[in-house]
Design a binder for this molecule. Structure first.
Ligand code: CTP
Length: 404
């Protein structure tokens, strides 16, 4: 699959560097040429000898090495590859890339390259979740860098959470979709999509809010799937713990009103998918100070006002309506009937209806059983992972534009 493709693999510091040795092997098996750069941190975890033996090439380590520069200058190193892959991408190297620093060979190559870049972040959960890393991630994505992972799970440091480097075969798949997808697999190239995801938080006072249990898994997976098919995706997301999907511009919001404003700011778009679980109501007159018990034993009365309906608003835009608007209907009974009613009421084109009744495990779970309701009828899809539902929906959207 990758015969004739040249990959420059940058291995930065992190325990996940051991997986990069397997990544080299997998890429070589598929016919790719792999040349490696090992940072000083990376060399603490894997040896240059292992990397050289597996890649069957010299390993480059030093910006100021006369030998390396005479054999292959860093500019050539950055330009001769078809794709630059940073795996593992440490928090430190990501920060350097986001800031445009160039104080070692790896960061200098990243600044000098004109080739696509894929990063596979790997670090401790707290480091990944730190606002600085998340900010750097957004900057890198805005700069056109594609990211894969990190995944969730047990980390080498003993903690559990987001931060595990994606598995070598997942990274290979991402590499194939970038290198081969450049030619073939981007049916949504040139299409703009807006996806809403996650819950909304509606403030009661500065410390309390109304919310719901949405995890954001399905919406984030849809944004990632549309981006994999080449769409230019803006993901408007309420508070969630999902990793930022690769190649997607994320707009973080809290309330329904902010979600609508962010969607409107992201227009024009060809495709809208409203997967967020938007709170139907917000508190009228949010308190400016924390509400205190007054000693009377009487709870305060909370007056609620209805939130704007983002799906209905975008479906009913006069002028500039996206040509395909897709909503979700999470129902506990009469799933298809309620879904059809919702499609008519809100004025959207398709509804993805799913059963969230007790015992289905859908809220926060990894699987989903959905029915796609269109003007043509109802398709019953088998139970699939949320990722597979996202892929199927993205392909269905691509087919719609191919035919339309
Ligand atoms: N939605 C939205 N903005 C809202 C409420 C819902 O964009 N303020 C979208 C959701 O993202 C989803 C769809 O509308 O795509 C269905 O949401 P739901 O809350 O189930 O619809 P309701 O109109 O609240 O219907 P009901 O209360 O009868 O379930």
């Amino acid at each position: 699959m990758l015969t004739g493709k040249h990959i420059l693999l940058i291995i930065s510091g992190g325990i996940a560097a051991y997986k990069s040795l397997d990544l080299i092997r997998r890429l070589k098996e598929r016919g790719a040429g792999v040349r490696c750069v090992l940072t000083a941190g990376g060399a603490q975890f894997v040896t240059p000898l292992s990397v050289a033996a597996l890649s069957e090439d010299a390993v480059f380590q030093d910006l100021f090495s006369l030998k390396d520069e005479s054999e292959m200058g860093h500019i050539r190193l950055s330009r001769e590859a078809d794709l630059l892959v940073v795996a593992p991408a440490s928090a430190d190297l990501m920060a350097k890339m986001a800031a445009g620093l160039a104080d070692d060979l790896a960061s200098t190559i990243m600044l000098a390259t004109d080739k696509p870049v894929l990063i596979a972040p790997a670090m401790n959960t707290k480091m990944w979740e730190h606002p600085a890393t998340q900010r750097n991630m957004r900057t890198l994505q805005d700069d056109g860098v594609t990211a894969i992972g990190p995944g969730q799970g047990d980390l080498a440091c003993g903690e559990v959470g987001a931060g595990r480097m994606s598995e070598p075969l997942q990274i290979v798949a991402a590499i194939e979709s970038i290198l081969i997808g450049q030619v073939t697999a981007a049916p949504l190239q040139g299409r703009r999509a807006i996806v809403t995801s996650g819950p909304t938080y509606e403030a009661i006072d500065p410390v309390r809010f109304l919310a719901n249990r949405s995890s954001g898994k399905q919406g984030h997976a849809i944004a990632a799937a549309l981006a994999r098919l080449g769409a230019d995706v803006v993901l408007v997301a309420g508070p969630n713990n999902q990793p930022s999907p690769p190649g997607v511009a994320v707009r973080d919001i809290e309330s329904a009103v902010q979600m609508l404003a962010a969607c409107e700011a992201a227009l024009p778009a060809d495709i809208v998918v409203c997967a967020a679980a938007v709170a139907d109501w917000r508190v009228a007159g949010e308190a400016e100070q924390k509400m205190k018990k007054d000693g009377s034993g009487q709870p305060p009365a909370l007056a609620l006002v209805e939130n704007p309906d983002i799906l209905a608003t975008l479906s009913q835009l006069n002028g500039g309506r996206p040509s395909l608007v897709v909503g979700f209907a999470a129902e506990t009974e009469k799933v298809v009937d309620h879904g059809q009613g919702k499609r008519r009421r809100k004025g959207c084109d398709w509804i993805v209806a799913n059963d969230v009744g007790p015992g289905t495990g859908v809220m926060g779970g990894d699987e989903n059983t959905v029915h796609l309701i269109t003007s043509q009828g109802v398709e019953d899809w088998p139970t699939m992972s949320k990722d597979a539902v996202a892929d199927a929906l993205a392909r269905r959207i691509a087919d719609h534009f191919a035919v339309g």
